[in-house]
Design a protein around this ligand. Structure first.
Ligand code: AMP
Ligand code: MG
Length: 486
């Protein structure tokens, strides 16, 4: 499809159909004299868009609309760091409309295209640094098979933006079946608007959970779906060592997608207490706490839905009840695959826990250890993994147990290695990789963003020419601090 075809698309906007209580329609404030920073061919392919073209540059920097696009900022509220934060909303994101794709209708949003009525103290802008992080991680998560919003492109500008220092502005175009958050429901509930609350629930049920319509209580059935997909999302995060950093209820997707990439990080050394957000003094969102925080957030959502189910708190609790079990089952399944276990056995959770404890005891590099485990041999020889540990005895004790478990299911080294290479990524977006791409981009060279994107789009492939991206983080990376500012 060329730009003319893109311009001729209908750009339906079902969310706009909810009515003005849900959003404010307003024009974008585009980037002056924009330039391309990055483009995801994979995401463009999904959308059927050709680019990057001069016309697309104007559209995705907020300077021009294709006919039918209706920019709007939605209103939501939420709990931030455990406390009610009141009204928030899209302070710098604009919904443009939807495109039909082979994966269903996809909403397109600009992030960083100017002030909205919900900008509060913010400037409506996003800086190049955080835009590069969001763009790369969105597409990397997709390639890892983790539910996420996607990113189509980044446009940039010389427009100065003040954060801790003066930076420059960028716009990320992100893509998802829906950007509805827990906080959208909380908004209408806490502000005493039951009709809007019901309309929003109906909207989500009709468009994203139609099967729930048949249930005795569609709202409770939807909540059950949300809790189960959130459980699966959290299992994916934990299995790959992803730390979100700002798990406020306004950053929780109703579709169980990873959303709002801010101070996120992938673990280097495996440290359950790792806090990736420099501003999270209490460690509320520390890596190991994430599953519990998501559970807390689901309770906030359930509370918000209470008026729709006659305040039947028992029924709401019951709708959430599958969360711990779905999380545990998904996590065990993912970890089984990562350990190359073909058949489930009773004590698998114990073996997995022991492995994670072993990693934690020496903060061994998570991604490297998991990947190297693929070289393990059932006869017990595993130098590449063993070398990662100082306490060889502790490792040998676990390795003996693992080898016995593998022999018990007749595991064949080569078969297992091939399966494990599809379950344990070689490449994840470590902070120092993002940092290198950002430094070059800030100097006007965007080639590293595009190179890294390509590497991360094939995280399970060997790609030996990119071995440097799969190594231990350099010393300077230990001092990187990622703040909330974006
Ligand atoms: P976050 O923690 O980044 O998800 O953002 C929390 C709230 O602050 C949301 O309502 C955002 O839209 C808003 N926000 C964050 N940064 C800005 C900004 N630079 N300008 C306007 N609003 C912002
Ligand atoms: Mg947010």
């Amino acid at each position: 499809m060329n730009d003319r075809a893109a311009a001729a698309l209908a750009w339906p906007n079902r969310f706009a159909g909810l009515g003005p209580a849900f959003y404010t329609e307003l024009p974008a404030k585009g980037l002056p004299d924009p330039h391309w920073v990055a483009w995801s061919e994979a995401c463009a392919g999904l959308l059927g868009l050709h680019g990057p073209t001069p016309e697309a540059l104007q559209v995705f920097s907020g300077n021009q609309l294709w006919p039918g696009m209706r920019p709007l900022a939605s209103v939501y509220s939420g709990h931030q760091f455990g406390a009610w934060a009141g009204q928030l909303g899209d302070g710098r994101a604009l919904w443009l409309g939807e495109l039909d794709t082979p994966a269903g209708p996809m909403e397109i949003q600009l992030k960083g295209a100017g002030l909205t009525p919900y900008s509060r103290m913010g400037d409506g802008r996003a800086v190049l640094r955080s835009s590069v992080r969001e763009f790369l991680c969105s597409e990397a998560m997709q390639a890892l098979g983790i539910p996420t919003t996607r990113a189509l492109c980044i446009t940039g500008s010389a427009l100065p933006v003040r954060r801790e220092r003066i930076e420059t502005a960028a716009v990320v175009t992100r893509v998802a079946p829906s950007f509805i958050r827990f906080g959208h429901f909380e908004h209408f509930s806490h502000h005493g608007k039951p009709a809007e609350l019901a309309a929003l629930a109906d909207f989500v049920i009709d468009h994203y959970d139609p099967a729930c319509r048949e249930a005795p209580s569609p709202v409770l059935a939807m909540l059950r779906e949300v809790s189960e997909r959130t459980a699966r999302l959290l299992a994916h995060w934990q299995s790959v060592g992803f730390c979100h950093g700002v798990m406020n209820t306004d950053n929780m997707s109703i579709l169980g997608l990873t959303i709002d990439y801010g101070p996120f990080g992938f673990l280097d050394g495996f440290d359950p207490g790792h806090i990736c957000n420099h501003s999270d003094d209490q460690g509320r969102y520390a890596f190991a706490r994430q599953p519990q925080v998501a559970w807390w957030n689901l309770h906030a959502l359930a509370q918000a839905l209470a008026p729709l189910v006659g305040n039947d708190l028992e029924a709401l609790k019951d709708a959430l009840s599958a969360y711990p079990e779905v999380f545990a089952r998904t996590m065990t399944g993912l970890m089984r695959a990562k350990l190359g276990l073909a058949e489930p056995r009773d004590d698998d959770a114990g073996l997995i826990d022991a492995w994670l404890h072993l990693l934690a005891s020496e903060k061994v590099d998570h991604t490297i250890a998991m990947r190297r485990l693929g070289t393990f041999s059932v006869d017990g020889a595993s130098p590449a993994v063993r070398d990662l540990f100082r306490d060889r005895e502790a490792f040998d004790a676990w390795a003996g147990r693992y080898a016995e478990r593998l022999r018990a299911e007749g595991s064949v080294d080569t078969d297992r290695a091939a399966r494990m290479a599809r379950a344990n990524p070689k490449f994840v977006l470590r902070n120092h990789l993002a940092e290198q791409a950002i430094r070059q981009a800030e100097a006007g060279d965007f080639s590293e963003v595009q190179r890294l994107l390509k590497v991360l789009q094939h995280p399970f492939d060997e790609q030996p020419e990119h071995d440097a991206d799969a190594g231990f983080p350099p010393d300077w990376a230990h001092h990187l601090e990622v703040s909330c500012s974006s």
